[in-house]
Design a protein around this ligand. Structure first.
Ligand code: SF4
Length: 494
């Protein structure tokens, strides 16, 4: 397999005004993994700001230059910050166009939206009163987003608006991180430790987690803050023993009234961890949503990616869960798994839909550094056309099943430069998924790897991350709780 251009080291020298050099470099490194900026052809970026608009030229060596004059930024709906941002956006676009042309790299369907959440950008424009038509034209002209993605993006944000609340700090959502799994999947970059090798850490970890839940639950009660949704993820929370699970859910009900909140989810994740006992416990403690994640319905691929279950176990888990009548069941699938083409993915999707889930999340394989597969980045780059076909197929097939997209996010090193999309039947959208992604509500994270996001009324976000390692988390708990409690109190007192 040839090495795709983006993975080969390239050499470029940057010539740009000093205040824009970082923008140019950032645009280059968003396309190439390894760049040496000390030699090679010169990439030159020049900008001239005039009263009439922004004139940008980007040129690589002797290649024909990319040239653009932006008069639209003069519109009264923009301010000085927009002007400064637009200069950078024009540079990003110019650099991307010039380099994609020179190195024969397919242009991303998301244009220059790298390292930003497309939905957050669209929401900010809606907040400022931009119409759908204006946003569409910005997505085309400034961000170079393909038409198919514009439509997806605007469908998603329009659906999300009704979930936004006027007070970003009351109610809040709560995330609970349980960092244990039966085995570790090859693509996993989460806080997930195989029980076989790390099971001895469970006891101390849960003691620490109980303490954190108790302290933060008390804090929320003192401040009169309600909980809108609770999401227990990880890891695979259902991988711990029944008695540990019961104790944890009982504590969440006492301290956070999880069983009375609007949405209570447990990421069962691995189908093999769902048993009559674990389902009985989830139901008894008021859990409303569960996730059973097949990822693929092809057994060969499941073995290849290190999952210790079969497609039949997914079918059995769904059949079992159906008896408990949870409000919603979600199923995750992944696009771009090793050796899988469109037919394999279409088969998995058809098989999953036979199980009648309420919600399906279509992830695109992302190979982060923390995953075992991270050396295998080549595939991700080579198969843009295939990825597009799979994503289109998913959207069409799920649409015909009565599911629409309602949340999406992108990651770095993602298969075919695609996106992760949550699809739901009407009314089965997850509040937690929206609030967490769009950062329109404070989310308190407890447990290993949990991220707390404190959102201010002006939508600025302050983050606090717990350690991913369960041993470190347990050892540092006193410090973690002290710092987080202080941070939350400060945040709420403003
Ligand atoms: S089940 Fe999820 S959290 Fe666990 S190892 Fe696999 S990808 Fe990671």
């Amino acid at each position: 397999m040839p090495i795709p251009q983006q993975l080969q080291p390239i050499f470029l020298q940057i010539k740009a005004p000093p205040h824009l050099a970082t923008t140019v470099k950032g645009a280059v490194t968003s396309l190439f993994r390894s760049v040496d900026f000390t030699r090679g052809p010169v990439l030159e970026a020049a900008v001239s700001d005039t009263a009439a608009g922004i004139e940008t030229t980007v040129r690589l060596g002797q290649d024909p230059p990319w040239h653009h004059f932006d008069a639209e930024i003069n519109s009264p709906c923009y301010n000085k910050t927009d002007w400064a941002n637009r200069v950078k956006e024009r540079i990003r676009l110019g650099v991307k166009v010039v380099l994609c042309r020179a190195y024969s790299i397919p242009f991303s369907p998301w244009g220059i939206l790298v390292g930003v959440r497309p939905t957050k950008l669209a929401h900010r424009l809606i907040d400022r009163g931009f119409s759908r038509e204006q946003i569409t034209s910005l997505l085309t002209d400034v961000y170079a987003v393909a038409e198919s993605r514009q439509e997806l993006l605007l469908d998603v944000v329009e659906k999300q608006r009704r979930f936004f609340l006027s007070d970003v700090n009351n109610p809040v959502s709560v995330y609970v991180g349980i960092p244990f799994c039966p085995t570790r999947c090859g693509y996993c970059s989460f806080a997930a430790y195989p029980l076989k090798t790390h099971g001895h850490l469970v006891g101390a970890f849960l003691e620490a987690l109980h303490r954190e839940i108790t302290v933060l639950g008390q804090l929320l009660q003192e401040q009169g803050i309600k909980v809108q949704s609770v999401y227990i993820g990880g890891g695979t929370p259902t991988a711990i023993t029944g008695s540990d699970l019961s104790r944890l859910l009982g504590l969440l009900n006492t301290c956070l009234k999880a069983d009375e909140c609007g949405e209570y989810t447990v990421e069962a994740g691995r189908p093999e961890t769902l048993t009559p006992e674990s389902l009985e416990i989830l139901k008894a403690y008021g859990v409303q949503r569960i996730c059973i994640n097949p990822q693929t319905m092809n057994d060969r691929t499941l073995r290849l990616i290190g999952r210790a279950h079969t497609a039949d176990q997914t079918r059995e888990a769904f059949a079992l869960a159906e008896k408990y009548r949870f409000r919603q069941i979600n199923a995750d699938l992944i696009l771009g798994l090793p050796g899988e083409g469109l037919a394999d993915f279409a088969y998995s999707l058809d098989e999953v839909l036979k199980l009648n889930p309420d919600h399906v999340t279509i992830h695109s394989l992302a190979l982060k550094k923390a995953s075992r597969f991270s050396q295998n980045l080549g595939r991700l780059e080579l198969e843009q056309k295939l990825g597009e076909e799979m994503a289109q197929h998913a959207r069409k097939r799920l649409g015909s099943f009565g599911m629409g997209p309602y949340y999406l996010y992108r990651q770095r090193y993602i298969f075919s430069d695609l996106e992760n999309v949550g699809y739901a039947k009407a009314g089965a959208e997850s509040v937690y998924n929206i609030q967490m992604m769009e950062e329109r509500q404070t989310v308190i994270g407890v447990g290993a790897g949990a991220i707390t996001k404190l959102v201010s009324p002006d939508l600025k976000v302050v983050r606090h991350a717990n350690p991913k390692c369960p041993a470190t988390y347990a050892r540092q708990l006193a410090v973690i709780i002290g710092a987080k409690k202080y941070q939350i109190e400060q945040h709420l007192s403003v």
